[in-house]
Write a protein that binds this ligand. Structure first.
Ligand code: PCP
Length: 395
């Protein structure tokens, strides 16, 4: 009888090129067998398509891509992680003997596509929430092996907090979250569970009580106020779908009641199935949204990698498959989402800031990597300069 196993790759499996598609393994063998292992190529990575209803994406995943490429005989250029981009503009250029590089295409694209898709969705949600806070609760939607990467992408995209218990170690930020329904169900009494939380958990953690477990949200909110008094920071409504008549009216009733009782500053947190549309519907009455699946399983941003130049007979030759622009390119920025793309040696005519920066030279990192919080600040500074997206009908 077989034993259960975890289907996860280790870091060594990824950086050694083992986590690849078999056709790249065969390509490498063919190039080596035919004396072409040293043929150099320039490979461009660009956003090739956006999900319907999107007008931009947040480029993310560069740090992990650099980790995979570090130590290999290649040079890597990239625009900064967190840059808002539109389809077409190159985001990365890798110069390498193709036979050395091909095994890593699958992993690089996987990292960039997943991180960019999550960071982009997080940025949309953050922008739509205006000045309300977004907490990311989506780890339970994905494989735990990539939990730190997922929290990082959501954080970079702009969420205000993440729930991963490991986030201080990986992201340098403290995790956010108080209690699941299970704590209350195990106590068999919501007030007893809240009081136990208040006694056991350090005072620096805001007292946000879950108020939908056994009774009506308003009844439990009153109980929470009574049990914790001024220590009550907020109430969380994770009202089950089957009980949601009109969520906005439920929230308004709680808000009114808290004000009437003399607790106008108690925050209202809403979670469970929160989408772009529900954020727009509730953002003027809710203080904090807990968002999971909508960010963790977002519509995919399509990113591709293509050979755009090959070094042959002593010179770089522009060449690419049909539908792609041959030649290595630079990206110059004029402002948020305003770029000029030129051929590598061509002078820009409109924009002057060269953002196709060199990150790796012959396998060696050439600059320090920014912390997630710095990248997030960069994303937020760009989000301030663009209009709100139209909320998606679903998701
Ligand atoms: C919340 C809610 C969803 C989680 C967060 C993510 O969990 O019930 O399951 O929401 P989303 O993916 O729908 O956006 P809790 O209330 O903490 O979960 P539980 O009911 O397990 O206590």
């Amino acid at each position: 009888m077989g034993r259960p196993r975890l289907y996860v790759a280790g870091e060594d499996d990824v950086v050694s090129g083992r986590m690849t598609d078999i056709y790249f393994v065969r390509t490498k063998r063919i190039l080596e067998a035919k004396g072409l292992r040293d043929v150099r190529a320039r490979m461009e990575v660009h956003v090739s398509d956006l999900p319907r209803g999107y007008e931009w994406a947040v480029y993310s995943g560069l740090e992990e891509a650099l980790k995979i490429l570090e130590g290999k005989p290649l040079d890597v250029y990239s625009i900064p992680e967190g840059t808002l981009i539109r389809p077409g503009a190159p985001v990365m250029l890798i110069e390498a003997p193709y036979a050395e590089m091909c095994l890593f295409e699958t992993a690089i694209l996987g990292v960039l596509r997943q991180s960019t898709s999550i960071a982009t969705k997080a940025a949309r949600v953050k922008k739509l929430a205006r000045n309300r806070r977004i907490i990311f609760f989506g780890l339970r939607a994905l494989h735990p092996a990539i939990a730190p990467s997922v929290d990082r992408a959501a954080f970079i995209g702009g969420v205000d907090g993440v729930s991963g218990a490991f986030s201080r170690e990986y992201l340098g930020v403290d995790p956010v979250g108080t209690m699941p329904h299970a704590l209350i169900v195990v106590f068999g009494d919501n007030v007893a569970a809240w009081k136990a939380f208040d006694e056991v958990i350090e005072p620096s953690v805001p007292r946000i009580m879950l108020v939908d477990t056994f009774n009506d949200e308003r009844v439990e909110t009153l109980q929470a106020v009574e049990a914790l008094g001024d220590r009550l920071y907020g109430v969380r409504l994770d009202t089950p779908k089957s009980r949601r008549g009109n969520m906005r009216e439920i929230v308004e009733e709680i808000r009114w009641t808290l004000k009437a009782l003399g607790y106008p500053d108690v925050k209202i947190v809403v979670s469970g199935g929160v989408s772009e549309r529900s954020i727009v519907e509730l953002r003027d009455v809710v203080d904090v949204f807990g968002v999971g699946t909508s960010i963790a399983s977002p519509p995919p941003v399509d990113i591709s990698m293509d050979v755009v130049e090959v070094y042959r007979d002593g010179a770089w030759r522009p060449v690419a498959k049909r539908g792609k622009m041959p030649g290595a390119k630079k990206v110059y920025r004029c402002g948020t989402l305003d770029y000029e793309v030129t051929l590598w040696e061509e002078a820009p005519t409109r924009c002057s800031e060269d953002i196709m920066l060199k990150w790796i030279e012959n396998g060696v990192l050439t600059r320090d990597y920014p912390a997630p919080r710095e990248i997030r600040d960069y994303v937020l500074s760009q989000l301030r300069e663009i209009p709100e997206p139209q909320p998606l009908v679903s998701g």
